[in-house]
Design a protein around this ligand. Structure first.
Ligand SMILES: [Zn+2]
Length: 455
């Protein structure tokens, strides 16, 4: 079936221009100023923006963590993603220590069978030995060229030496590593001090995970990457001190990719100091929210290219799950929902507020993740030959974000009451209508084998 999107403004990573978009089957077949060709359906897009479906390269659906399981599985999580204009997610397959990568991959394929949007996986490396190394080629053959490592969390951290070795082995095969950077040892000591002093309010969370301990880990990671002579991705970067370390490494000639998240661009640590315990606990995530100054530095990074991507680190827990940490701040499950609100929050706080322009927005949410994670130009751009993943954004349809009517199984929104500028009107997944004015249709996502980075 041929569908003509007529009269809209098409946005790419480099420009915004008046154009019509013609699709057929699952693909875009033409993008041009005035397409006269007849189509089975014409979608009037006058006054609207046509954006390439967003890619969220950092989600955690159906993850067993913090003695519980995330509220969103691949079904509810992907429906929330689509509702937020995200047509592709890259989730983290996460085998436990001692399990093989192959087992982890198989498990994640099973979890993702009900995924409604397109999806790929990064593979978590939390252990390093000969048998894990021997599995790397299988991972690349399965379309997984990106790997996640942790510098914190005892269950997942790998250690500096093994991280260096893994990085080298992965780089030698043309792959990339993304790393969670926080200094585990000192954080543990700070936590022990708080507990010994009998302190247990939610603000102990950010106070034991300060910005400079994230920056220390970023600095150490970058030196390890230097030793391995490997490019590196820093995931969910939150603060100015960490960005300084990135600048130093780039000055040395290293290739560093930086991801941040909407919560670090728009929310600050005052969220942890609210009167109500649960209200504060809703915002517990690691690394924690920082300051308005850090936000400004991250926005500047998006403008000048120091920050490449905005993903969400969607890791949702209900308020009932958050309550498990009532008596111990370290037992509050860490993570927030975000996959459903990223587009509108970043558009509002970024584009509509004059912090970034439209092409920068599209680079951060679509084009750069597609390039970095080996999906471009199938994804990340509206061009002939690309998948017809299309978001129709109405810049005039302001609304208020609320957890009500959300597709996520999380029962709260960190952005409750946030006034958006504009809203996502329709979302097409490979030319199938997936969202119509907030109503999510049944669709079926497909697994995406990914190739090498082209960013
Ligand atoms: Zn994460």
């Amino acid at each position: 079936m041929k569908r003509l999107f007529r009269g809209g403004t098409v946005v790419s990573g480099s420009a915004a221009f008046r154009a019509d978009v013609l699709t057929e089957g699952e693909k875009i077949i033409r993008v041009a100023p005035e397409i006269e060709e007849s189509a089975d359906e014409v979608v009037d897009c006058s006054g609207k923006l046509l954006l390439p479906g967003f890619i969220d390269a950092h989600t955690h659906f159906d993850l067993d963590v913090c003695n519980t399981t995330t509220a969103d599985d691949f079904y509810s999580g992907s429906r929330a993603a689509l509702r937020g204009g995200t047509t592709t997610v890259i989730d983290f397959a996460c085998p436990n220590k001692g399990e093989s990568l192959g087992y982890g991959l198989e498990l994640w394929h099973k979890k993702a069978e009900k995924c409604q949007c397109d999806y790929g996986f990064h593979m978590t490396i939390d252990d390093w030995n000969e048998s894990i190394e021997a599995e790397l080629d299988d991972m690349f053959a399965a379309g997984i060229p990106t790997f996640k490592m942790y510098m914190t969390y005892p269950a997942m951290m790998i250690g500096d030496g093994p991280m260096y070795e893994a990085m080298k082995a992965i780089h030698a095969r043309g792959g990339l590593c993304g790393v969670h950077c926080e200094n585990s040892g000192v954080i543990d000591s700070l936590v022990a001090e708080k507990k010994a002093a009998g302190e247990n309010s939610v603000c102990c969370h950010p106070e034991t995970r300060p910005d400079y301990l994230e920056a220390e880990a970023v600095s150490r990671l970058l030196r390890i990457a230097q030793a391995a002579d490997s490019p590196i991705i820093i995931v969910h970067t939150t603060n100015a001190a960490a960005m300084e370390e990135v600048a130093h490494a780039r000055d040395r000639g290293q290739t560093v990719y930086v991801e941040t998240c909407p919560q670090y661009l728009t929310l600050d640590k005052s969220c942890y100091y609210q009167e109500d315990w649960l209200e504060s606990a809703k915002y517990v995530c690691s690394p924690p929210l920082r300051t308005e100054y850090d936000q400004a530095v991250l926005w500047q990074g998006l403008r000048d290219g120091a920050v490449q991507t905005v993903s969400t680190d969607h890791c949702s827990f209900t308020t009932a799950q958050k309550l498990a940490g009532k008596d111990s701040f370290t037992a509050i499950p860490g993570g927030m929902p975000g996959v459903e609100t990223r587009g509108e929050v970043v558009y509002t706080a970024g584009v509509a507020s004059g912090r970034i322009d439209l092409p920068t927005f599209v680079r951060a949410l679509s084009e750069n993740p597609a390039r970095l994670y080996g999906l471009y130009p199938r994804k990340g751009v509206l061009a002939a030959g690309s998948d017809a993943d299309i978001v129709i954004y109405d810049p005039a349809a302001d609304h208020v974000l609320t957890a009500e009517g959300t597709a996520s199984k999380c029962d709260y929104s960190p952005y409750e009451g946030f006034k958006t500028v504009g809203s996502i009107e329709q979302v097409y997944l490979r030319n199938a209508l997936a969202v119509n004015h907030g109503a999510v249709q049944e669709t079926q996502g497909i697994y995406l084998k990914r190739g090498a980075s082209t960013l």
